[in-house]
Write a protein that binds this ligand. Structure first.
Ligand code: SF4
Length: 692
């Protein structure tokens, strides 16, 4: 039990707010930690109530195994549960080959767990079929970052730079609800005389703070960015010196933008030309400016090109690779950044190395003490992996994810999961996905374990163990250690997080995400270290690209992109656009936050947000049930009527299961580069639901 105050970090979003935990009664309580620079003591309700999940009545406190006699999950010993998992994975491999075993990770896993999971999949199981739910979260921004700058770190500058720039265009981010303490950076920007432009089809709490709110039709952010770039060129606002000295590919990107005339962009997006001109003036009049994107432009079947178009705007105006200027992505999940750097992604090895790069394979294989030729190649992306369950992939080990609620076309994915020969889930609660498993392994959570996370700025942080876990619970590292041993791999899977981190440092050394100079001691002393940090004496790198970009020639690359339709456009049968997102009191699939009383009281269930004109057409009043129907299914939730949304669009939060599950409706059309599904746009129709 905790006897002294412990400095640690919130278990939820990518801001990774600092907090202190101190003893209170039989448990712990959260108190402010004002000295941590990112949030300076501020916390949202999710962070404040996070200890509730530690002692929740529904917390898993012992393994469960599905009994053939009853068909139900029933208590089992750890020995039986682990043996059943090992037998299930081994048997599948022997019958169908190594790639018939899949592994699915999560963006909330610590760096140590993500690293170990990737290593476990490739060495012990020998499978290429591993990916994680971060593919659903920020992979289009990551791909666009790689393509333009040669390196992906969500924010290439610290958050503290935001209030000191002159203008921010915030695209598809409702950070007032998704990470409320970050709103102060925008408030301070405005107090300092800076301007804020918010791009969002809804007048969100964040949009209400804006000097200018552009409300495009969902799925048209790419056309919007091209329209702005067209005006930048037409009005002579390009930075030719920057373009000439620090970029390549401008001629083609310029030509593509010039083919998108403002009037045409107005027709596509619904944003009036005068607003486009006003945005260009604000952005270019400021001596420095930034574009920040989140899931709005990224979760589209053209997400990589959409983010690329916003990066082009920054490059054409010289707003990148300079102090207080640039493009950044506001990553969502707690370890969304670190989770994609250490090898649980289908195409990557630790250190953000490419799995198909012979030099990268040789380096990592050397650290792991194996022949590089034994490492499998790249596997399927997250949705493609889930879609293959029950066909090519017969068994799945799942850690830290709840795809029954969070995957697109969720009813179909639930069917795929139900058709598996074998499913093992490691989680802290019996999530909707865990409830379908053959074996459930109860694991430790944030305050019960130590580990590192990398926040949205690329700042590597240390979460510290503050309380003892329940007796029947083990850490994910202990689970993988035990399974590796049962599957014949006696060495190489440490259970001590610091020992894993030391190995991760060696595996990442020399790679794009170089952690070689970072240690637990340094993180504790410095309250976080920014990667890349190649040597123990290196100060870390809060700001990237100031001298050169991370491409072979040091120049940023324009990419020529053009507007194209969404994967599914509206028609007579499905005339309305559905977009999905989050609310302040719930987090992701809600597996933890739906089990916290205060959060449930604040946000008890799903809703359908729609404009009064649309509500009148459908014949639904405030609070009445309305059915939203897409080509993939039907969801029902109470109507929430507001003028703060476009009349052609409805919004649903995606945190809930059951009949209000928003992801029953969403379209898994994939971005061809990032393989990210199109959560933000699909065609639906609305039907009033009359009481029987
Ligand atoms: Fe936790 Fe994010 Fe809320 Fe901060 S903003 S307290 S990290 S959920």
């Amino acid at each position: 039990m905790l006897t002294a105050t412990t400095a640690t970090h919130c278990p939820y979003c990518a801001l990774q707010c600092g907090m202190n935990l101190r003893p209170a009664g039989d448990g712990v309580e959260v108190v402010e930690r004002a000295d941590f620079p990112v949030n300076r003591g501020a916390l949202c309700g999710k962070g404040r109530t996070a200890p509730a999940v530690l002692s929740s009545r529904v917390r898993l406190e012992g393994p469960l195994v599905r009994r053939p006699a009853t068909g139900r999950l029933e208590p089992a010993t750890w020995e039986e549960a682990l043996r059943t998992v090992a037998d299930g994975l081994r048997g599948t491999r022997e019958r169908h080959g190594a790639d018939a075993v899949g592994v699915f990770g999560g963006g909330g896993l610590t760096n140590e767990k993500a690293y170990t999971l990737g290593k476990f999949a490739r060495l012990v199981l020998g499978t290429s079929q591993i990916d994680y739910n971060g593919r659903f979260c920020m992979s289009s921004a990551a791909a666009a970052h790689q393509r333009a700058f040669g390196l992906d770190r969500g924010l290439p500058f610290p958050l503290e730079d935001i209030p000191r720039t002159g203008c921010v265009i915030l695209v598809g981010s409702n950070l007032a609800e998704t990470m409320p303490p970050a709103l102060r950076y925008l408030t301070e920007l405005k107090e300092n005389g800076g301007r804020l432009i918010v791009v969002d089809p809804r007048r969100t709490r964040t949009a209400e703070q804006a000097d200018l709110h552009l409300a495009p039709r969902p799925g048209t952010d790419l056309a919007l960015a091209l329209g702005l770039l067209h005006l930048v060129v037409a009005e002579g606002r390009t930075d030719e010196e920057f373009i000439g000295s620090r970029t390549t590919g401008w001629a083609d990107a310029r030509a593509a933008a010039m083919s998108h005339w403002p009037a045409q962009v107005e027709r596509i997006t619904g944003v009036p030309v005068p607003q486009l001109r006003e945005a260009v003036a604000m952005f270019c009049d400021a001596p420095e400016s930034m574009v920040l994107t989140a899931r709005g432009p990224e979760q589209q079947s053209k997400g990589t090109d959409t983010v690329g178009a916003w990066i082009n705007l920054c490059l054409a105006t010289g707003r990148a690779g300079r102090p207080l200027s640039g493009y950044g992505c506001l990553t969502g999940q707690g370890n969304g950044q670190g989770g994609r750097e250490h090898g649980q992604k289908a195409d990557q090895l630790p250190g953000y190395r490419k799995l198909d790069d012979p030099a990268a394979r040789a380096h990592v294989a050397g650290v792991w003490g194996v022949d590089p030729d034994t490492l499998p190649g790249p596997g399927r992306s997250a949705y493609e992996l889930l879609d293959a369950l029950g066909t090519d992939v017969k068994a799945l080990l799942l850690m830290g994810s709840n795809p029954v609620v969070s995957a697109p076309r969720a009813a179909h994915i639930q069917e795929r999961i139900e058709s598996l020969d074998f499913l093992a889930v490691a989680d802290v609660v019996l999530s909707e996905t865990a409830a379908l498993a053959d074996v459930v392994l109860p694991v430790t959570q944030w305050a019960e374990e130590t580990g590192t996370l990398t926040n949205l700025e690329g700042r590597v942080l240390l979460r510290r163990r503050a309380v003892d876990p329940p007796e029947g619970v083990r850490s994910d590292l202990e689970v993988m250690h035990a399974l590796a041993a049962l599957l014949g791999w006696e060495k190489g899977f440490p259970t001590d997080p610091e020992e894993v981190f030391e190995e991760l440092r060696r595996a990442s050394a020399g790679g794009p995400a170089d952690y070689a100079g970072i240690s637990y001691r340094r993180i504790a002393e410095e309250d976080g270290v920014f990667w890349p940090c190649p040597e123990p004496e290196h100060p870390g790198t809060p700001r990237l690209f100031l001298e050169r970009f991370a491409t072979p020639d040091g120049r940023a690359r324009f990419v020529s992109v053009t507007h194209r339709a969404a994967g599914e456009e509206t028609d007579d049968a499905y005339p309305v656009v559905l977009t999905t997102g989050r609310v302040v009191s719930q987090y992701q699939s809600g597996a933890q936050t739906r089990r916290v009383e205060e959060l449930n009281a604040a946000a008890p269930g799903p809703f359908v947000e729609l404009h009064p004109r649309l509500a009148a057409r459908v014949g639904v009043a405030e609070g009445e049930a309305v059915a939203v129907v897409s080509r993939r299914g039907r969801a029902v939730a109470p109507a929430r009527i507001t003028t703060g949304i476009r009349p052609d669009t409805v919004f649903m939060p995606f945190h809930w299961a059951g009949e209000g599950r928003a992801n029953t409706l969403t379209n898994p059309a994939l971005d061809p580069t990032s393989r990210m599904p199109e959560f933000k746009v699909c065609a639906v129709r609305l039907e009033a639901v009359r009481p029987e």
